[in-house]
Design a binder for this molecule. Structure first.
Ligand SMILES: [Zn+2]
Length: 373
């Protein structure tokens, strides 16, 4: 993989770094990197990998560019709204660096296609906001011995994690079982600071370039977390789990099998807003209705009997489960309250219920005058 005259000029700042030099730049040119999810994280990660001269980039996504993406997905522009993300990203990246080879995978990663999609790449980056995809990609990387650089974002916080086969633990070593689908709100539900994925995606690209060129210390056995509000990076060390169902000696998760790759779906019982209204009217003292939204959301409008405990502050003491027959959780649309249900089910024998559709459903079906920010 020798460099032509244009590339020698283009990458001169890399070539001047003794740690990279011509040999490292040629390694970058020879590398094949797949980005799963072309969104907030994929945008900076791909821009920097393309600029750095990573020779082959794979783009996997099934979505189209929407106007609400542009607050953070800096790979796209307003004229590209409606185009597929893979096509829009491809043209942007080639205009940045015409020396690249770019393959597009216009698909949603599933148990059926994950190994086929990643098998021809050397390095896999995960930037999706779906838990089941994160586990699918982790499990497939373990199975096919592919290094994985995985980032995630939530509101003001980000995390980064690297897996290198046989050298460090995998994602399942730390988090063995995926959370219940829908239990953790995604960006669309919870909101996200637009610049946050910029930081985390750039870190993902940094790790990738380091791994390809073999420089520095990789993020092995360390979960890096970033709190944008406090402007603080923290690190959580963890080691390979001997019982890991993916990378342990007796793996039980196998890609291409829907049953074994599916997420753990702990059952959450739920009720409709109409039933909730009826129960509250009949037996208000039997039900503890807990609104797990933030206080500013609660103050804007809430159901009469509800108490407010934000999801982050839930504790048994705060709940005072005492004499209630059941505890009903509610939030804006049902995501945060589902997470609260999962937690509460593990803490108490009291009946735990989630309100389907949350305050938005209440506003639509019960009380149109309710303000739901
Ligand atoms: Zn593992």
């Amino acid at each position: 993989m020798s460099l032509n005259s244009d590339e020698l000029v283009r990458y001169s700042r890399h070539l001047n770094l003794p740690e990279i030099g011509a040999a490292g730049q040629e390694q970058l040119k020879g590398a094949r990197v797949l980005m799963v999810g072309i969104g907030g994280l994929g945008s900076p990660a791909l821009l920097y990998l393309a600029a750095a001269g990573v020779g082959t980039l794979g783009l996997a996504d099934f979505d189209c560019v929407e106007i609400s993406n542009l607050q953070r997905q800096v790979l796209f522009n307003t004229e590209q709204i409606g185009q597929t993300k893979t096509a829009a990203a491809r043209s942007r990246l080639l205009s940045l660096n015409p020396h690249l080879t770019i393959h597009t995978h216009q698909l949603e990663i599933t148990a059926d296609n994950v190994t086929q999609t990643i098998k021809d790449y050397d390095w896999i980056l995960d930037g999706t906001d779906q838990f089941h995809t994160r586990y699918l990609v982790n499990d497939a990387c373990v199975l096919l011995n592919k290094p994985l650089i995985s980032a995630a974002i939530h509101r003001f916080e980000g995390q980064l994690f690297t897996y290198v086969p046989h050298l460090g633990p995998c994602y399942r070593c730390l988090f063995p079982i995926p959370p219940n689908e829908g239990a953790v709100p995604n960006c669309a539900q919870a909101g996200v600071l637009g610049v946050l994925p910029g930081v985390m995606g750039a870190l993902q690209a940094t790790e990738t370039i380091k791994l390809i060129t073999g420089i520095g210390e990789p993020l092995l056995g360390r979960l890096l977390t970033y709190d944008a509000l406090a402007l603080r990076f923290s690190e959580f060390k963890f080691s390979a789990n001997d019982d890991c169902s993916a990378c342990g000696p007796y793996p039980t998760v196998v890609p291409n099998s829907e049953s074994s790759m599916s997420c753990g779906r702990d059952t959450i019982k739920s009720l409709s807003v109409v039933d909730l209204q009826r129960f509250l009217a009949q037996n208000p003292s039997d039900i503890l209705l807990v609104d797990v939204r933030e206080p500013c959301e609660f103050d804007a409008g809430h159901i009469q009997h509800a108490i407010n405990i934000p999801l982050s502050e839930l504790s048994l003491r705060a709940l005072k489960t005492g004499h209630y027959n059941s505890i009903v959780f509610i939030c804006r649309s049902g995501g945060r309250s589902a997470q609260a249900c999962l937690w509460a089910q593990s803490q108490t024998q009291t009946m735990i219920l989630n309100t389907q559709g949350g305050m938005l459903a209440w506003q639509q079906s019960v009380d149109p005058s309710m303000t739901v920010p």
